[in-house]
Design a protein around this ligand. Structure first.
Ligand SMILES: [Zn+2]
Length: 366
């Protein structure tokens, strides 16, 4: 049965289904968890369980068939990135005056509305919440329950206040899901009117087993590495781009090693040269910086005597050497330098220049 496809956090899922069975699911549910922990997947599963026309039962609890017209239509929203991109493109094609008034929604079922942060600010805006208010008090047509899924907790102030008004008097037949990586971002008054469920990290051994099934082309050591790097988030593990990561890490190591050795810059310049301004340049630098952070963190784990926490397990030896050649202050300077690169990027500074500056500045360290 479909709920069995949800990986990890069995107790939380069980509790939610139990409440559903007893008709006790609150009208506002905060699903909290890291990026890729399965918040959206779970919210869509619950939306289907509420509205499945077959209403199957598994383990004595409500499940969903995945085949009826409600299940299939709701499931079309599963690829959120794709649906979001379509919605944004559709808005781009509108007349200039209409564009301004149009907000982004994802809707594949008339009674299930998904509210993503609206670009370019990527915040939930008041007009989005107004649309929720305009529809939420109508009884559902094809479904049992109206479902609203806010995919992020970055609300504009006015939007948050409007949402609060709905939460004060929600209709019997509607459920609002608020997904968040950080519940503290939501107004305390919103949180107090909702019930919070947290999706915790899944053990890396469990992720490894899953990857062995889903990514049979990966070697066991690759699966082990991705399981560690995804930090317990199933979605991140399953969509992990190992090739891009490995390429970025090779560059990050060149940068760090060049800073450590300090003499010959030819390899450094050859690498940073490839980070030119352009369409994908920004994204590549972001990946590079994230990778650099993860390497520095691993070096800190070595220095603090916690090598079992190291995530880049396949290059343990190299990390250990680098950790021994540096100290805490050096690593701190390195992360500050990375902040500098990020600020430079915001000012559109030529990326290769700011990366060179980053590595050469670190050489002055003792
Ligand atoms: Zn169904």
């Amino acid at each position: 049965m479909p709920f069995s496809d949800f990986i990890g956090n069995p107790k939380t899922v069980h509790r939610l289904r139990e409440m559903l069975a007893r008709n006790r699911l609150p009208h506002a549910v905060v699903l909290s968890g890291a990026h890729g922990s399965g918040k959206y997947t779970l919210a869509l599963m619950l939306a289907r369980a509420m509205n499945c026309l077959e209403s199957p039962v598994s383990d004595g609890l409500p499940d969903f068939c995945g085949r009826c017209s409600n299940c299939t239509r709701i499931a079309q929203a599963q690829d959120l990135d794709a649906r979001f991109t379509e919605a944004v493109e559709a808005r781009e094609n509108l007349r200039e005056t209409d564009k301004k008034e149009t907000r982004i929604f994802v809707q594949t079922h008339p009674d299930v509305l998904i509210i993503p942060p609206d670009p370019p600010q990527l915040m939930i805006k008041v007009d989005q919440v107004r649309h929720v208010i305009d529809t939420i008090y109508y009884r559902p047509g094809d479904a049992q329950e109206r479902v609203y899924i806010f995919t992020d907790s970055a609300f504009m102030k006015e939007a948050a206040n409007s949402l609060l008004k709905v939460l004060e008097e929600p209709p019997e037949f509607a459920t609002i899901f608020l997904l968040t990586e950080n519940p503290g971002e939501l107004l305390p008054t919103i949180r107090s009117r909702s019930m919070t469920f947290t999706l915790g990290a899944v053990a890396s051994a469990e992720i490894e087993t899953l990857l062995a099934q889903r990514r049979p082309e990966w070697k066991p050591k690759d699966s082990a590495l991705v399981a560690r790097l995804s930090e317990g988030a199933i979605g991140r593990a399953l969509s992990f781009d190992l090739e891009t990561y490995t390429a970025a890490r090779a560059h990050a190591l060149i940068l760090l090693n060049s800073a450590l050795r300090g003499s010959d810059h030819s390899e450094l310049f050859k690498t940073t040269e490839t980070y030119r301004p352009g369409a994908d340049g920004r994204e590549r630098v972001h990946v590079l910086l994230r990778t650099l952070y993860s390497l520095l963190e691993d070096m800190l784990f070595w220095q603090s005597g916690s090598p079992h926490l190291v995530r880049n397990t396949d290059i343990q030896g190299e990390l250990k050497k680098m950790a021994e050649a540096t100290d805490f202050a050096w690593i701190q300077r390195a992360s500050e330098g990375m902040g500098e690169v990020e600020r430079g990027m915001r000012r559109n500074l030529l990326r290769s220049l700011s990366l060179d500056a980053f590595a050469t500045a670190l050489e002055k360290a003792p």
